[in-house]
Design a protein around this ligand. Sequence first.
Ligand SMILES: O=C(O)CCC(=O)C(=O)O
Length: 298
Amino acid sequence: MTETIVRVAPGDTTRAVEAIHEHGFVILERTVPRAPLALLRRRMDEDTEELLRYCDSIGGNPRALGHLQQGPPVSPDLVFADVAMNRAVNDVCRALYGAEGAEGDSRPLLTFYNGNTNCPGSVVQHLHMDGKHYTEVGETVAPTASVVVNIPPGPTSLGNGAIELWPGSHRIHCVNDAGTGAGEAAGSTIAALATERRRVVAPVRPETEVGDVLIRDVRLWHRGVPNDSDRPRHMIALIVSKRFPSAPVQRLRFEHGCEAALEGHGVDANAEYVQGPIDYLIAPTRRIQERRLASERR
Ligand SMILES: O=C(O)CCC(=O)C(=O)O
């Protein structure tokens, strides 16, 4: 049986791209230095406490129980080029999107900078995609044009809720219930296909060491699973997308001073630099809660 978890060294761009095309994901081993990740992990542990207190104050996490929308800080002391603009990751994205050797405006774009924290006691999420198919049912599925780059600042294991991935599912045309392909939609179309798919290719849960990076097509089916350990498992999530000149893109907000880490790399940071502090921690969950309440009222 073909091995569906492909682990490559940073710099093995060709094999990484092949794995993403075939399986929908790849792991770049020992790619991000440990020092910035240790700083991020410590801060994200503290932030989890605050975010959980906020969730308690609004009647609970508006997402699946125990699965927090928690991104890293966006201030210059904790935004690192090795994390947000990692050379090996950027090279894979450029090769994926055919931007090799290209300059300036053809660079891929950073379109998301946030993350997921899986807390002890969490539940199994609905199987979902983080992005949608742009092709119609019956058409050939389009090549990868957007990837999630997951960078866990600590180790991930079967015990602490390593993400579940469905190899090759990025090439199966389907939509989530809401039709948006976005995060927490119930995904009953996927659920209907999952039983059959499992017989063809079983889901996997790759464990990772500190410094490993998971790159996955946004259309890959996946879900969070219970964290049976006694501490939160963080996973920074960037999205790096192919640039389509006609598509509008929303700029990402970082504090002044982050330019040094984010500018001048092979991926366009797509950033707006503003006077801090930016509410990077609570605001995303507040927005999810507002959207949820609005949809319940409809
Ligand atoms: O944290 C994980 O393992 C996956 C989380 C996820 O897919 C989500 O929260 O939408």
